[in-house]
Ligand binder design. Structure first.
Ligand code: 5AD
Ligand code: SF4
Length: 481
């Protein structure tokens, strides 16, 4: 699988033109009802979650979501800064959005353009300098202030990339049940945000800030309202989710293993996952959770980044290849059917051919079910960008192609191993053909089977009969929910 996941990026805006005298709390809108919001999300799952929360905030202001950008009064681009390509993509998107704004203006319709997410946090006012059609640049910690910011932006462009003292989670509204139902039977819930690890290639600690864990009660309340609207699978997300240490109701601390147990016990919740994890934070309690928590999917995204100890040290990963293998061995001892996915970076500064081979060797030792792999992209302000021995593009491209071939072979081998197995599949929606249902296996594979639409939202035991390039096919042998 090619690179698709992504978090984060960086640097405070050179100046902040937000008028801080404005009232901090959203007031009821002057905006008319019947307006439409279009949100496009780039990058990681946290941006998907954040995009939904921004839609929920806008709903309180009378905006309903649309999938047609042409009819949107409010266009939000929720951006990713993790690699240069992701980040630059936003400026070509903005060019198209400006044309849309002009077209709509000619028809007498106003359009506000918002740039949110990690590019917003990293570039701030520079975005408005490069694309003056932008009305508002808002960093990830300030989405709860959207109504007020949009009103200010009616007068002049606004940039808000502040890291506020109070958590946005205390102010973001819950999704309306109808909005949750429209989003399906699976949901992401942010439980942790930010990162204190400072891997030398990564902008996240700068764009998403220091680690913050949401309190348990707040998370459970959100999950209860999702479950009440029909959500059956919850993925707890965080840039460094397994470092989660939230405040429990009794004032004590709660780690991720305990949180997963609490979440799995909520009425309606059938399956739980968590992502993304750091190998050094795979605590014994979390490894035990894979043995003891039956609702926890036997599938873990655990980025290794490299198989070379010298490169891992230069990346400031704080673990060796052996440490990584030991964590995987412990996980497999706890849960023999667990499968792994990973992220890899090729062409980190100074990476030799032999060191790259060590990465290939690590993947062969593990046999990943799925992986994301990337060419190293030097990001401004990170230590990696300043390192000598930057690797040329052609070498990076060659290494990436070799790695992706190996990872694709492993993915296919893993999928082939599904034939004859009975998997617990969460039925998500109806398929393209009459009578067909589409669901997800514990390993995030798409599974097709015949069945009644009433099974949507149920866990079904499905015997896998064949494997295609992008999905598995099977037959339902039991659907008990
Ligand atoms: N260049 C290439 N890939 C990167 N990632 C993070 N920063 C960079 C970078 N500068 C990758 C890592 C991370 C994933 C989300 O993106 O593999 O795990
Ligand atoms: Fe970035 Fe490393 Fe933190 Fe992951 S653990 S978000 S790669 S700094």
């Amino acid at each position: 699988m090619k690179g698709g996941l992504a978090w984060r990026p960086f640097l405070a805006a050179p100046f902040d033109i937000l008028d801080r005298a404005a009232p901090p709390v959203a007031q009821k809108s002057r905006l008319e009802d019947g307006k439409k919001i279009f949100v496009k999300s780039f990058g990681c799952q946290m941006n998907v979650y954040d995009s939904q929360r921004m839609s929920d905030v806008a709903a309180g202001e009378g905006y309903s979501p649309t999938a047609e950008i042409e009819e949107a009064d409010l266009v939000v681009l929720n951006t990713c800064h993790i690699r240069e390509k992701a980040s630059e993509k936003i400026f070509s998107e903005l060019g198209k959005t400006r044309e849309l704004k002009e077209r709509r203006a000619q028809a007498g319709r106003k359009t506000q353009i918002v740039v949110a997410g990690c590019v917003a946090q990293a570039e701030g006012a520079e975005i408005i300098r490069r694309q003056p059609a932008v009305d508002l640049v808002v960093g990830p910690q300030n989405y709860h202030r959207l109504p007020q910011l949009l009103r200010q932006a009616e007068a002049q462009p606004v940039v808000d990339t502040d890291f506020p003292v109070h958590s946005k989670f205390d102010h973001l509204p819950a999704a309306a049940p109808a909005a949750t139902r429209a989003r399906g039977v699976t949901a992401f819930v942010t439980v942790q945000e930010g990162c204190d690890k400072f891997c030398s290639f990564c902008v996240v600690p700068y764009t998403r800030g220091a680690e913050f864990s949401r309190p348990v009660a707040q998370i459970l309340a959100e999950i209860d309202s999702l479950a009440a609207a029909g959500v059956r699978e919850i993925t707890l997300i965080g840039q460094n989710v397994n470092a989660y240490h939230g405040l429990a109701e009794d004032g004590g601390a709660c780690d991720l293993a305990a949180l997963l147990e609490r979440v799995a016990a909520r009425p309606g919740v059938a399956r739980v996952r968590y992502t993304t994890s750091h190998p050094t934070d795979m605590s014994p309690s979390l490894i035990d959770a894979h043995r003891d928590n039956p609702a926890l999917s036997p599938y873990l995204h655990l980025p290794a980044q490299s198989g070379s100890n010298r490169v891992l040290a230069a990346m400031n990963r704080r673990h060796t290849a052996e440490d990584y293998l030991a964590v995987v061995a412990a996980l497999r001892a706890a849960r023999p059917d667990i499968a792994l996915s990973s992220d890899f970076i090729v062409g980190f500064p100074g990476e030799s051919e032999a060191e790259f081979e060590e990465t290939l060797a690590l993947t062969e030792k593990i046999g990943f079910a799925s992986s994301f792999s990337f060419k190293y992209s030097p990001r401004p302000g990170t230590p990696g960008a300043e390192m000598a021995d930057q690797i040329d593009e052609a070498t990076k491209a060659r290494r990436l192609a070799r790695l992706q071939d190996a990872l694709e072979e492993q993915r296919q081998a893993f999928n082939r191993g599904m034939v004859g197995r009975v998997l617990s599949v969460l039925i998500e929606k109806i398929g393209r053909y009459p009578g067909q249902l589409v669901g997800r296996s514990p390993y995030m594979q798409s599974v097709l089977a015949e069945g009644a639409p009433e099974l949507i939202g149920e866990l079904a035991d499905i015997e896998i009969l064949s494997v295609g390039p992008h999905s598995l096919r099977g037959r339902i042998i039991d659907a008990t929910g």
